[in-house]
Write a protein that binds this ligand. Sequence first.
Ligand code: RM4
Ligand code: MN
Ligand code: MN
Length: 430
Amino acid sequence: MNNKINVDMLSEQNAVKLSALEEDYSYLSSRLARENLDIEALVEKAQNFQIAVPSWGVGTGGTRFARFPGIGEPRNIFEKLDDCSVINELSRCAQSVSPHFPWDAVDDFKELKGYSDSLGLKWDSINSNTFQDQVDQAKSYKYGSLTNTDAKTREQAIEHNIQCIEWGEALGSKRLTVWIGDGSNHPGQQHFQRAFERYLDSMKTIYGALPSDWELHIEHKMFEPAFYSTVVQDWGSNILAAMELGDKAKSLVDLGHHAPNVNIEMIVSRLIQFKKLGGFHFNDSKYGDDDLDSGSLHPYQQFLIFNELVDAEFRGQEGFDPSYMLDQSHNVTDPIESLINSAIEVQRSYIKALIIDRDALYEFQDKNDALMASATLKKAFNMDVDSILAMARYRSGGAIDPIYSYRQSEYRAQVAKDRPAMAGSGSGIV
Ligand code: RM4
Ligand code: MN
Ligand code: MN
């Protein structure tokens, strides 16, 4: 295996941290035993939890105003994979990468697949991009892509999505995620119904090109780049489109794509109920599509989402198999550190949701005991599961303290020698 982090150094660092971990673990083990919970089973669950990393997340992001590049930023998909490998080697819960095309397109996809194999990485959802114009593109997306009033422009956008499926097949992916920026900036600019009809028409062609074992994930977003109306603006439009297209079409929930204060966990529950929950783009936000680090602002909301997910798992809900991914933009941190932390924060929400006493919760719900129902959730949320996560990483060959080990490795300084500073990156402002 092509390791980016020195294995011997990692074991030395782990050795320093091991006795404290064992102490915390043994305390938590007896604490959980009192609740009839087996810590070993939880560690196994944590070891099996995986969340994909977005290829565009390993470069420094930016805002509408500026982008301040970091040092040693990856210049192409191969270097992005190197960084993703570091994230996985230390966290052991981020085995796959979600590429964005054409940003990550290469001439030789076999070579790319060979490289990801050598790092032990897999490919998650393919993301198409018809929200920007590429240099040699015939038709502009200024007034929309899949919903453009011009048929030739729609065809070009459809073709790009079909091309993405083909590239995805070469990489062994099984999903296409479509997010479009189409919409309008002025009242009256766009006929709502006609635009959505054009969207469905275009998506039907893309859906028709899906291999039989693929899924098509639809991502909605409330606003931006269109500021008055967006064609796939909310989970309502999203699920309507997914229902119209067929079983292989599902809705994707990006946490930053809703109006402030929206009850996202309830949307998740509805999507689960109608077998339309495709997956997630995890991030955190305060004002809009901020793309902040997962769990950095609203860890309780993230936990409540996992409460719904674990509930579906617990009840054996038919057809329930959502995919988890991060979708963040890092402006002031080292993206590798943010992505490691975020993957672990999502994993933490999952483990905490697993320790909710579900039978007790159902009973309190049935008896309308609001206080105790809510306290049942809070009890699980307040449990410090850190040693479960650290033990899971350690047993899977990762780092007990990933940020410590990452800094000790001096990976960023090493790669910076071969990666000159860049004024802009392919991913630009996400
Ligand atoms: C969008 C959306 C998509 C991502 C782009 C880069 O806001 O979240 O998932 O592909 O950003
Ligand atoms: Mn997203
Ligand atoms: Mn977004």
